[in-house]
Design a binder for this molecule. Sequence first.
Ligand SMILES: Nc1nc2c(ncn2[C@@H]2O[C@H](COP(=O)(O)OP(=O)(O)OP(=O)(O)O)[C@@H](O)[C@H]2O)c(=O)[nH]1
Length: 346
Amino acid sequence: MGEVDLNKERLELALEAAGLDLWENDLITGNVTRKATKTFEELGFTEDEIVSGVQDIYGLFHPDDIDTVRKAVADHLTGVTPQYRCEFRLRSKSGEWVWFANYGRIMDGHSATPGKRLIGVTFNIHDRKCRETEIAQINQQLTEQNRLLQQLNTALERLAANDSLTGLSNRRTLMELGAKEYKRTERFGHPLSLLVVDIDLFKAVNDAYGHLAGDRVICAVAQACAARKRSGVDIVARFGGEEFVIVLPETDGPSALRVAETLRQDVEALRVAVGDAGKDVAVTVSIGVATLHKGSGLDFEELVNRADKALYQAKGTGRNAVYVADAQPDDGGMAAPTQLDLGGGI
Ligand SMILES: Nc1nc2c(ncn2[C@@H]2O[C@H](COP(=O)(O)OP(=O)(O)OP(=O)(O)O)[C@@H](O)[C@H]2O)c(=O)[nH]1
């Protein structure tokens, strides 16, 4: 066996071992001068059925891949790419699409003359492509699941932080945010005020118009409280059944009293529809006010308790009233104990 034959045999062995199918096209005539026999056999075609013209081969490409293949060939023929490389699907005899890849190069070309032959190899990449598609699908599913989880988390966070009836912060959120505001007061020495707002004689509303009508009244008062909120500064929370808390950072006693009195008047002016027949109801609120100064020795919970006590004193005065909690001896020089019944015609 001559050296050329030996080399040919070695080359065939290497191609076979690597799963590569050698082909060759005549660029002048457009004929296939060496067919990718193994590839066509893999696709289920017999020797006779194997196409011999380059244009005929395009009939086997997946319609979505034809442009990619044509461009890869054109880019190489015009010198844009040093090799011809592309991935594509071919239709098997039974109609299934199978993924292959091509790797080729123009031969016989010199710097001045264009090449005459395009020679290359085709190899099966179907398994890899299927795995890639599977992984892409799994990734897409995971992305979608993550998006849903994030939505769910946001919804859960909202549910955990807010009161479901009014949408205001709930008691837990109030205590968390309030404790933070308390720390800011302790650190920076700014005053912190708090209002406890309670609907007067609310049981009578429930008894007269029913629980759903009562809920509407709670929502209307909640809205009135929220309307007084300085966005991003104040905390407005539903503290219990028909009781609300408003935290006013950086607010001294007299300013808090003004906010409370305005809110009391806002609620007094409310008319809440409670029935189908256009029936509406008026309600009032009583409000307890307490203010915390740096070094007062009170924590946030104690501030709430003080405002709550003031609220009950406001109720004691006949309701629809604002009452300011007794000043502590060491709470920054606050005014002496103040009782205001602004609802009583002042
Ligand atoms: N509709 C409705 N009623 C509630 C809700 N939570 C608590 N309540 C009712 O609110 C009423 C509160 O009544 P009370 O504590 O006696 O107080 P009040 O009638 O407002 O009287 P004062 O506070 O003394 O002015 C009770 O009847 C509770 O059942 C709620 O979410 N919806």
